[in-house]
Design a protein around this ligand. Structure first.
Ligand SMILES: [Zn+2]
Length: 164
């Protein structure tokens, strides 16, 4: 375990490696900020039972993602099916970033990494892309969708039933 946790990076050049280390560290901080925001929603709003359940699930996903980030290996890889980055849901410790990842700025890198980390904690995908707001999608609650967390990182934490 070094100062960066145990993130191991392969096939990325030196500059990419140091950027990934920084991104991981800041992504963890961002996720802590999201947890704090979610806790304040619980404190400040009389949440409906089903909304409260989603907020609690989100907190669990974030805590799990922070934990998973310490055992994550990021690998730089070739283009893959138009993906910016990808990982296997739950299984394994690798996140692959493709060349298009590097077209995004450092803030977006954090959101992309958070999206991938939450897949390790069983979130699924919905096509929010960059501008659409979090919502339940295709029978899946917003708390179980990876882009909810990326959206929060870009735009601030919000609750679809309250203020998204
Ligand atoms: Zn995804």
């Amino acid at each position: 375990m070094n100062a960066h946790g145990i993130v191991v990076v392969s096939k990325c050049d030196k500059d990419e490696k140091s950027q990934i280390f920084k991104t991981m560290k800041l992504a963890r901080k961002d996720m802590v900020t999201q947890i704090k925001a979610l806790r304040s929603y619980k404190k400040n709003y009389e949440l409906e039972k089903k909304v409260k359940k989603k907020v609690n699930r989100s907190i669990s996903v974030l805590r799990c993602s922070i934990a998973r980030s310490y055992m994550t290996r990021v690998k730089c890889t070739e283009p893959y099916d138009g993906a910016i980055a990808y990982t296997l849901a739950f299984i394994g410790t690798t996140i692959w970033v493709t060349p298009s990842y590097w077209e995004f700025d450092s803030h977006s890198h954090r959101g992309i990494m958070i999206h991938e980390l939450t897949h390790k904690c069983l979130t699924g995908d919905a096509t929010y892309f960059w501008d659409d707001k979090p919502r339940d999608f295709d029978g899946r609650a917003w708390s179980g969708i990876a882009d909810t967390y990326r959206y929060w990182n870009e735009n601030g934490t919000c609750i679809p039933e309250i203020d998204c």
